[in-house]
Structure formats: structure tokens, C-alpha cells
Design a protein around this ligand. Structure first.
Ligand code: NAD
Ligand code: LMR
Length: 331
């Protein structure tokens, strides 16, 4: 029998797409255990797959039930997006193809982009008007843009894409180099696109109480550090023979948990449709420094920008405009 939990709240409906995939297999157990929405928040899990994935999904649901999570009141498995998204207050858009080692993430847009048209429309039709959506499937910034454009009845502020894995990679690298636990590294964040152009900004980072730019050499921060964070996805694919899954699931939990429960004053990276912040064209789904409070994402709009940061922001804007042009017919 599971641990006894005080459950006074109504269950919330949480949808996960691609639930029988690699990320799904790590993500569902973290959500079900309470790591994302709180250990006193009951859940109804609504899991979406495509028909070829339905048998695997049956197995995943058997295992979820066999885990006897106290917080899980029901698990629904379906290949119908309108059933999966019905009444959902939080949605993880994971289901889509991962790249192979010879591809860039943007090469996936032709295969994966159309998925987010139908799913955006289904969210618009049946989800809670306050739904919080995180897009993980790549290229995640542009897929979030497609989903949002197809859900005109829901504020674009509710559609985000995940750059938290990149932030966590940056934190992990700094912690390792400084010889401190990751918990001692704060306020390092990502600008731009979840792509090789991304900019992990160290300028406001704090490492064991010291300013990151005083702890590390600039040559490392703008050289190996930046390069390693930006290309880590490919490095994991080369080493594992499959794209990152457990770390991606963990980052998705971090992103949604902070949005749902608050980031406690910390700066976190979230990609969301620009409202013109830092000169980024309106509507582009761009990763900014954010804080989360009361279920809202607050973009920190007044950080000083130096020449290097400006050039990286512009590089990411150019890349995202190119991706947006490529999917114009899906918007
Ligand atoms: P996977 O192939 O193991 O699983 C994907 C699952 O999605 C499969 O079970 C498949 O049947 C299902 N699926 C495909 N199309 C679907 C649709 N239209 N509706 C519902 N389900 C659908 O892949 P994975 O390793 O879980 O990765 C999923 C995606 O996440 C990939 O696009 C990958 O590149 C991306 N990803 C993003 C990040 C990030 O940081 N943003 C990190 C890791 C992976
Ligand atoms: C990652 O960053 O690990 C994912 O986006 C997967 C990939 O294709 O790199």
C-alpha cells in the first residue's frame, strides 16, 4: 500500500502526449509521485498516443496502476486528442519524432510541425481556459508557436517551450567545474532557441555565493561552456544512441513545477511568445529569464545586455524567424 497522503484538493487533469515514448516513461512516474504539482495534489492522468503506440501505452498504464500512487485517481489512455486534452489544466506536449545523430533539431519541423496544428485545435476546443502547456517535442520553440497559433481561444501566455534542460546542463557544468553541488549554482539561464544558437547567460549567475563571471574565465564561459551546453543534445545522442530522456523528463517537471508552484524568486528559463521583450519580435517563442509567482510567468524585462549577449539574441531571432517562415502555412 502507498504512503498515506492528506488529500483535501480536487484532482486536476494532466495530459501527456507521446506517453508511451522514452521521455513519457520517465516523466509519468515523476508527475504521479507528486514531484510536479505537489505531494497533496490528486491527479487524473490523460495519456495520448498514436495508434501504433497504443499497445505500448497499455503496458505503461498497467505499470502506472501497479505503482499504486496515492495521488493518482484515474489514468486514461487514448489516441483521440480531444479526449486526452478534455478539461486539462496542464499539458506536456512530448509526442513527436526525435532526431537522429545526423540531423539538427530544426530538420524535424516538417515531420513534427503538423502534429501541433491538430493538437493546438484540440486544446482550444476542450482544455481549461487557464491550461499551462509545455512543449518538449522538437523543434520545441516553433512547435509551441504552431500550437498557440491554432488555439486562438487560449492566451498565448499559456503556451511555453522547454529550455530548462539547457539551463540544467549549464548549472551542472558550472557545479562540476567549481566542485560544488548543483544546489549552489543559481540564476544561470538560457536566451533564445532550443538549438545550437542558444545562449547560456552566466552574467547574473551565482556560484557558492560568488558571481559566476568572477569564478570562471571569460574564455571558458564564451568558449567550452557555451559550446558544451549548446551541443549537449547531440553529444547524448552520440553516446546513448537515443536522445536524452530522463534528463528531459526531469527538466519538464522542473519547468511545470516552478510555473505551478512558483520559482521562489529564482531566475528560470522558459520559452514563451515574445511581447517585444529585449527587442525580440512579437510572437516568436523565445527563451527569456523569468520568475514564476501565483501561477504566472513574469519575464524579467530589464536586465542589462552587453555586446556579446546582444549578438547572441540577434542570432537566435534570425534562426527563429527562419523556422517561423518555414511553417507559415501551419500558423
Ligand atoms: P520517442 O520516440 O521515444 O517517443 C515519442 C512518442 O511519441 C512515441 O511513443 C510516439 O508513438 C509518440 N507520438 C508520435 N506522434 C505523436 C502524436 N501525434 N501524438 C501523440 N503521440 C505521438 O521520443 P522521446 O525520446 O520521448 O522524445 C520526444 C520528443 O522530445 C522528440 O521530438 C525529442 O526531440 C524531444 N526532446 C526535446 C527536449 C527538449 O529539451 N526540448 C529534450 C529531449 C527530447
Ligand atoms: C536535447 O537537447 O537533448 C533534445 O532536444 C534532444 C536533441 O535532439 O538534442
Amino acid at each position: 500500500m502507498g504512503t498515506k497522503v492528506e488529500q483535501t484538493k480536487e484532482p486536476i487533469r494532466v495530459a501527456v502526449t507521446g506517453a508511451a515514448g522514452n521521455i513519457g516513461y520517465a516523466l509519468l512516474w515523476r508527475i504521479a509521485s507528486g514531484d510536479c504539482f505537489g505531494h497533496n495534489q490528486p491527479l487524473i492522468l490523460q495519456l495520448l498516443e498514436i495508434p501504433p503506440g497504443m499497445q505500448r501505452l497499455d503496458g505503461v498504464i498497467m505499470e502506472l496502476k501497479d505503482s499504486a500512487f496515492p495521488l493518482v485517481h484515474d489514468v486514461i489512455g487514448t489516441d483521440d486528442p480531444e479526449l486526452a486534452f478534455k478539461g486539462a489544466e496542464a499539458i506536456f506536449l512530448v509526442g513527436s519524432r526525435p532526431r537522429t545523430k545526423d540531423m539538427d533539431r530544426s530538420d524535424l519541423v516538417a515531420a513534427n510541425g503538423p502534429i501541433f496544428v491538430g493538437q493546438g485545435k484540440a486544446i482550444d476546443a476542450v482544455s481549461s481556459r487557464d491550461v499551462k502547456v509545455i512543449t518538449v517535442g522538437n523543434p520545441c520553440n516553433t512547435n509551441a508557436l504552431i500550437a498557440s497559433a491554432n488555439a486562438p481561444g487560449i492566451s498565448s501566455r499559456q503556451f511555453t517551450a522547454m529550455t530548462r534542460l539547457d539551463q540544467n546542463r549549464a548549472v551542472g557544468l558550472m557545479a562540476e567545474k567549481a566542485g560544488v553541488p548543483a544546489s549552489k549554482v543559481q540564476d544561470v539561464f538560457i536566451w533564445g532557441n532550443h538549438a545550437n544558437t542558444m545562449y547560456p547567460d552566466p552574467r547574473f549567475g551565482v556560484v557558492d555565493g560568488n558571481i559566476a563571471t568572477e569564478v570562471f574565465e571569460n574564455d571558458w564561459l564564451q568558449g567550452d561552456f557555451l559550446e558544451t551546453v549548446a551541443t549537449r543534445g547531440k553529444a547524448v545522442i552520440m553516446a546513448r544512441g537515443a536522445s536524452s530522456a530522463a534528463s528531459a523528463a526531469s527538466a519538464a517537471v522542473d519547468h511545470m513545477r516552478d510555473w505551478w508552484l512558483g520559482s521562489n524568486g529564482r531566475i528560470v528559463s522558459m520559452a514563451l511568445p515574445s511581447e517585444g521583450w529585449y527587442g525580440v519580435p512579437e510572437g516568436l517563442v523565445f527563451s527569456f529569464p523569468c520568475r514564476c509567482e501565483g501561477g504566472e510567468i513574469i519575464v524579467i524585462g530589464d536586465l542589462p545586455i552587453d555586446e556579446f549577449a546582444q549578438s547572441k539574441i540577434e542570432e537566435n531571432v534570425a534562426a527563429l524567424l527562419e523556422e517561423r517562415n518555414a511553417v507559415n502555412d501551419l500558423l
